[in-house]
Ligand binder design. Structure first.
Ligand code: TRP
Ligand code: ZN
Length: 849
């Protein structure tokens, strides 16, 4: 980047400024002559003025950053133009009328690119990442999602495997051609070249198209691809059966890459994955890893229709593809595993990340209205809240209405770059429902608070619901939203007297009457977490205990226990009721996975958020101490049951949901047993034959201040495995005692295997530091300082990951004045650093308010 670009004040982009591109790209032909230090990219674009927008007579603007321009031609005639730091403008006077061909040749250096964006190298192979704006680091192009074109690609390289999007074309020694017939935006472009091995399979679509499938990995990793392939095949079948969507090319390739900023990327016909979301064997991957692999393989595959065939008009519409695709992958996992367990897990994740975002300085709407760096908006709000919004829509229009709307969406918008307005219009047209008020979910940031009051008189039960939409940055006042509140009524012996009914709260305050009841019922409110809200309900602890024992809605049964545990940890309820409820639950006949989730105490961060939500100042040490104490009280109450619950599984390992549930329950029980018998945990660790138990037991030892020998043995055993060593690093940083956290993390960063330029390794250590609540927020400020040091070090190499990791600071405003001053000083230090990236600069700016 030139000095001018580095020092110019960053300019925000606004949704309201959208203008269509005045040209159409009829075709893209790219030739890559790959070389680590000097790759040549030759581009031949067929362009024409866009008749619809009356293009012609206007300048042609192409994006391009960090490219050395070798030559530029229009219809074969060389032009002498000089690019500026962000692109190239071809004046209208140099553009012939009608269709024309623009040829450019540029040089780039993939080996020197450590940002994991554009064309870069990872483990000796070439790979690309173009979403959101990486293509402009590869060649000059209108790098925006509403410019869609068919691509032909020729790769020249001595690497044995050469891949790009679409169907394979001709190939020879040292070259290969690819042809993608489906018009696509540049962010879906991909290229891979390397010494790779394939794990192959095949799929026949419902209409009979044969598709060759391959998962490409580095030599030695072939044996760890079977689960990813199996997940892909199940995803393809599911999308046909549930959404009627078929695959549309002759091949589908997945490549695993070690250096990757996020989880995975849906490039057309050539998905690229973080290797941790592909490679799995029982010895090296946990049950959670298997679950994530299945979900992310599905997510990227589902993008083929929701993202690729129908893409986004501009980046403000990101939730159009991401919210919908997350919603679809949640449905898929529910169908593959358990809907109840999946819902509980998704809500826990939503509260931990999205509610946290909504309650702090980074709050933004599901569809933001401005940004400085779009990479900073691949957030939990856009993804997870975006999915919740679709879940509410489905609840409001019903399953049949949803199916009808989706069919209309796919037929009406196939091949389009669409908007949220288009999306809502298909629902209006398919169902006749007016969605004007519903649309507020896309434009208003913040988590609504819904308060429930109840009344029982003359055989009538009345629920009064009120909503409050708290202010967020830039949005002081908000109108009431439409909030679907699913409610069931139980009678005092636990039978359901009214099945689940969806109440629609549309005003600030509304009452709903239930008549014809013989006795005062117990209400089960917000079943299945029917809306992403904070529910305020002054319920006696006894009623929560009743719901924990009797609710017929699995989510709310779990929720009753969770709320009771929160109240105990806040010091607002006695521990006994919760502990006794758990003992009864463990003795009951429930899904082991559900039991394991029930035993999990609210995290320290969740407690800090809960307290802050009540206007209190959380003390990280007190939270931690209380949580440990409640865990011990539970262990004592369950003492007699623990050996049974912790019994090892019999039979051969399978990554099934059923076995995963049993292992989760066994580990939860071992965690409780560990409070008075670490020997049992050590023995389980030594006899573990799968990574779930090997790492799970090691975690228990560390939580109890033990495990030094086991940590050393684990390192000796696994030092050659990058993915397993990420777990080893993360565990120690995440579970270090508060007083020692900074020192432990410092020593981990001095370890010879701490390769900080690898995003997974950086996240393993520094991400785990910020996940260690009492350690990161230690009163000395050492955690804050250490993280800031490393963000500043990473930023020049990989601004995307540095910016993402900086969100550890988003909660700084919750804490006491001492901690606030210390955290703020670090944010100010970062902000004052010369040459800070746009990515990290935007984040610290927003966090400082
Ligand atoms: N579109 C990807 C997904 O959600 C995510 C993504 C966006 C991404 N930008 C990225 C992945 C950068 C890797 C790197 O499926
Ligand atoms: Zn996605």
């Amino acid at each position: 980047m030139t000095d001018a670009a580095a020092t110019a004040a960053p300019i925000p982009v606004y949704l309201r400024d959208y203008e269509p591109f005045p040209f159409v790209v009829r075709g893209v032909e790219l030739t890559f002559r790959l070389a680590p230090k000097a790759t040549r990219v030759i581009s031949r674009l067929t362009l024409a003025p866009d008749r619809v927008v009356q293009g012609g007579g206007v300048d042609l603007r192409l994006d391009g950053e960090g490219l050395r321009l070798i030559s530029l031609r229009i219809n074969g005639n060389a032009l002498a133009l000089t690019p500026d730091p962000t692109g190239l403008t071809i004046p209208a006077t140099l553009i012939p009328p009608g269709e024309f061909v623009l040829e450019t040749e540029v040089e780039i250096a993939p080996e020197e690119n450590l940002s994991c964006e554009g064309l870069y190298m990872s483990g000796g192979m070439y790979c690309t990442q173009c979403e959101a704006q990486g293509f402009r680091h590869i060649t000059f192009y209108p790098d925006r999602p509403d410019v869609m074109a068919p691509f032909r690609v020729r790769i020249e390289s001595d690497m044995p495997v050469l891949l790009s999007n679409g169907n394979p074309g001709a190939q020879g020694l040292g070259w290969a051609e690819w042809n993608d017939p489906w018009p696509k935006p540049a962010y879906l472009f991909a290229l891979v070249a390397g010494d790779l091995q394939a794990h192959r399979s095949a799929f026949t679509t419902a209409s009979g198209r044969a598709v060759d499938l391959a998962v490409w990995v580095r030599p030695g990793d072939e044996g760890r691809c079977a689960y990813a392939m199996d997940s892909l095949i199940r995803s393809m079948r599911w999308d046909e059966e549930v959404y009627g969507r078929e695959y549309d090319l002759d091949v589908f390739n997945i490549v695993a890459v070690d250096d990757f900023n996020m989880g995975a990327m849906e490039n057309k016909g050539l998905n690229i994955f973080n290797s941790k979301l592909v490679l799995a064997s029982p010895e090296t991957a946990t049950d959670d890893d298997y679950g994530r692999i299945e979900a992310v393989i599905a997510h990227e595959y589902f993008h083929n229709w929701t993202g690729n065939r129908i893409t986004c008009r501009d980046w403000f519409q990101l939730c159009l593809k991401e919210g919908l695709t997350v919603f679809r992958d949640h449905q898929f996992t529910g169908d593959m595993r358990s809907h109840a367990v999946k819902r509980i897990e998704d809500v826990m994740a939503l509260r931990a990340r999205q509610f946290r975002e909504d309650q702090g300085p980074l709050a933004h709407p599901v569809r933001p209205e401005s940004f400085i760096e779009i990479n900073n908006f691949y957030t939990s709000t856009v993804y997870e809240k975006g999915a919740e919004v679709i879940g509410m829509l489905k609840l409001l229009v019903g399953d049949a209405g949803y199916a009808k709307a989706l069919d209309l969406y796919f037929t009406r918008h196939d091949g389009d770059a669409a908007t949220i307005e288009d999306w809502l219009q298909v629902f209006q047209d398919a169902t006749g429902r007016d969605l004007t008020q519903f649309k507020l979910w896309y434009s208003q940031a913040g988590t609504p608070r819904v308060t429930v009051a109840e009344d029982w008189a003359d055989g009538v039960f009345t629920l009064t619901l009120s909503q409050e939409n708290p202010p967020t940055p830039g949005q002081p006042d908000k109108a009431p939203k439409v909030i679907p509140v699913a409610v069931g009524l139980l009678n005092p012996n636990g039978d359901e007297v009214r099945p689940t009914q969806v109440l629609e709260l549309t005003t600030a305050r509304q009452s709903f009457r239930f008549e014809g009841l013989a006795a005062r019922p117990v209400a089960s409110v917000l079943r299945g977490f029917s809306a992403p809200v904070v529910l305020e309900r002054a319920v006696a602890a006894e009623e929560r205990a009743f719901l924990l024992a009797h609710d017929t809605d699995a989510f709310n049964r779990w929720e009753a226990g969770r709320m009771l545990a929160r109240e105990v940890l806040e010091g607002r309820a006695e521990a006994g009721l919760w502990v006794q409820g758990m003992v009864r639950l463990m003795q009951g006949d429930h899904d082991p996975a559900f039991k394991a989730l029930a035993l999990r105490l609210p995290s320290d961060d969740e407690m800090a958020a809960t307290l802050a939500g009540r206007g209190l100042v959380p003390d990280p040490d007190v939270i931690r101490t209380r949580r440990r104490a409640l865990h011990l009280a539970l262990a004592e109450a369950l003492r007699a049951d623990l050996p049974g619950l912790a019994a090892p599984l019999r039979g051969q390992f399978a990554p099934s949901a059923a076995q995963a549930g049993l292992r989760a329950l066994r580990l939860a029980a071992l965690g409780l047993l560990g409070r008075f018998d670490l020997g049992a945990v050590q023995a389980a660790h030594l006899s573990a034959d799968n990574m779930t138990e090997e790492i799970g037991t090691l975690a228990i030892l560390l939580e109890n201040g033990a495990g030094a020998e086991e940590v050393a043995a684990f390192e000796a055993k696994w030092q050659g495995d990058r993915l397993v060593m990420d777990k080893w690093f993360a565990l120690q940083a995440g579970l270090a005692a508060p007083d020692q956290t900074a020192a432990v993390v410092e020593s981990l960063t001095a370890h010879p295997l701490f390769d900080w330029k690898n995003p997974n390794r950086f996240r393993a250590v520094l991400g785990a530091l910020s996940g260690n609540h009492a350690g990161f927020h230690h009163a000395s400020g050492a955690g804050y300082r250490l993280l800031a040091d490393w963000l500043l070090r990473l930023d020049p190499m990989n601004p995307q990951t540095a910016a993402r990791m900086s969100t550890a600071f988003e909660t700084w405003g919750r804490y006491d004045t001492g901690r606030r001053a210390l955290a703020r000083a670090q944010l100010e230090r970062i902000a004052a650093t010369a040459g800070l990236s746009r990515d990290l600069g935007e984040m610290v700016g927003r966090m400082m308010g």
